[in-house]
Design a protein around this ligand. Structure first.
Ligand code: ADP
Ligand code: ASP
Ligand code: MG
Length: 412
């Protein structure tokens, strides 16, 4: 039997009614002759609630216990989805990550998938089971502890299963009907794309477009998984949604194809550090050991042998970053006068494969922001993207102005 992977995000399983609706859709694919692996997220809002419990209990929490708590939301929906399918006479059972077992690294709260043995589930399919419902987002480490794959990680669970089982396709059901030129919730002119290249999707995801978790796109690209994003609220059709595919499958490439934003960024500046060989390493090694996701980095021109070092990281990691840097300072590894955290910034980025061969995108971006009176605090670029850090209060304005200026509402 051909295998299909269907993933339902939080909004798509937010109530028993929606679980029933999703289960019906699974039933349609079973009737077509597929064995289906369903990956479920926690009911919408549940994971945030659980994260809140952990942070309130222990601000600098033990990540192993964080995972034990936040992985539980998916267990509920997996069981409920299996029960709903059984009520519809579809042979189904649920699997928690450790039961598969979905093996991961021990990087708690940001674990990577190492292996998904497929024997257990294939054996059940062989015995007549039609649907394996798997709790997304979670796995088990070599130490036998429960791990999670980072926020939005059920997307990655889904793509990894599609790769491990050679699925015909991986359908990601969510609350929008595909991938748009930017988040349709903050820009009403956003346009749905029929297709998007893996590389562009990868950049958009890593720059904040949370419609797909970055790692899921990486895996799909590497294992050539046919990945489709579509709405669980609209009637399905073969052309529905957005196909994430190789660049070669897309006829017209835009210079800029999307605008992404990341709201919860913080800018941290170490004021007056000694400018000597090894200083960057002395700052960023302890941050890396503390698991801080450092993104942009700028070092100022030095004066009298001292310089300022600025970096950005997610706002919820500021306390941990401060702790790591202050400990390094106390241990004599680094010496700075002051550590300033600005938690009121956001990152806005434009992405497009066409930037490889077109110049002038950065100039146009800066001009648009200048016209809107938006001050740029940090800039980074790569071959197919330009990102700026700006005051959060201008974020939506910047996204809309850039969407207009690059005429993204029009098809190529
Ligand atoms: P799920 O719970 O199904 O995983 P998410 O909330 O993680 O859903 O992702 C879907 C959301 O991603 C949409 O509701 C939308 O607000 C947001 N989003 C951000 N950028 C984009 C984009 N470029 N295209 C589509 N959706 C986007
Ligand atoms: N429930 C997890 C989260 O909210 C994983 C997911 O939904 O993909 O991040
Ligand atoms: Mg998601």
């Amino acid at each position: 039997m051909p295998i299909l992977v269907m993933k339902f995000g939080g909004t798509s399983v937010a109530t028993l009614d929606r679980i029933r609706r999703a289960a019906k859709r699974v039933g349609v694919e079973v009737a077509k002759g597929y064995d289906v692996i369903v990956i479920v997220s926690a009911m919408s809002g549940e994971t945030n609630k659980l994260v809140g419990f952990v942070e309130e209990t222990s601000p600098l929490f033990d990540a192993r216990e964080y995972d034990a708590v936040v992985s539980s939301g998916e267990n509920v929906t997996a069981g409920l989805m299996a029960l709903t399918l059984q009520e519809m006479d579809v042979p189904a059972r649920s699997w928690q990550g450790w039961q598969v077992p979905l093996k991961t690294t021990s990087a708690h709260s940001a674990a990577r998938i190492v292996e998904i043995p497929n024997e257990n589930i294939l054996q059940k399919f062989g015995e007549g089971m039609k649907v394996a419902v798997v709790a997304g987002f979670q796995g088990i480490s070599a130490e036998g502890r429960i791990t999670t794959l980072g926020r939005g990680g059920s997307d990655t669970t889904a793509v990894a299963f599609a790769a491990a089982f050679g699925a015909e396709r991986c359908d990601i059901y969510t609350d929008v009907d595909g991938v748009y030129t930017t988040d349709p919730r903050i820009c009403e002119k956003a346009r749905k794309l029929d297709k998007i290249a893996f590389e562009e999707m990868l950049e958009l995801a890593s720059l904040g477009a949370k419609v797909l978790q970055t790692r899921s796109v990486e895996l799909a690209m590497r294992y050539k998984v046919r990945l489709r994003v579509l709405s669980s609220f609209e009637e399905p059709s073969d052309e529905a949604g957005t196909l994430v595919c190789d660049e070669e499958e897309i006829m017209e490439l835009n210079v800029v194809s999307g605008v992404a934003y990341s709201r919860d960024e913080a800018k941290m500046t170490l004021v007056s550090v000694a400018d000597r060989p090894g200083i960057a390493s002395a700052i960023f090694s302890p941050l890396s050991e503390a698991g801080i996701q450092v993104d942009m980095i700028v070092q100022n021109i030095s004066e009298d042998g001292r310089t300022d070092m600025t970096f950005s990281c997610p706002t919820n990691q500021v306390a941990r970053a401060e702790q790591a840097l202050n400990e390094a300072k106390d241990a004599g590894g680094i010496n700075f006068h002051e550590l300033i955290a600005d938690t009121g910034v956001a990152k806005v980025s434009v992405v497009g494969i066409g930037m490889r061969s077109h110049t002038g995108v950065a100039a146009k971006m800066f001009e648009v922001l200048a016209r809107e009176g938006v001050n740029i605090k940090v800039i980074t670029t790569s071959e197919i993207k330009i990102s700026v850090l700006i005051d959060r209060k201008y974020m939506e304005l910047a996204v809309q102005a850039l969407h207009d200026a690059f005429e993204l509402e029009k098809a190529a």
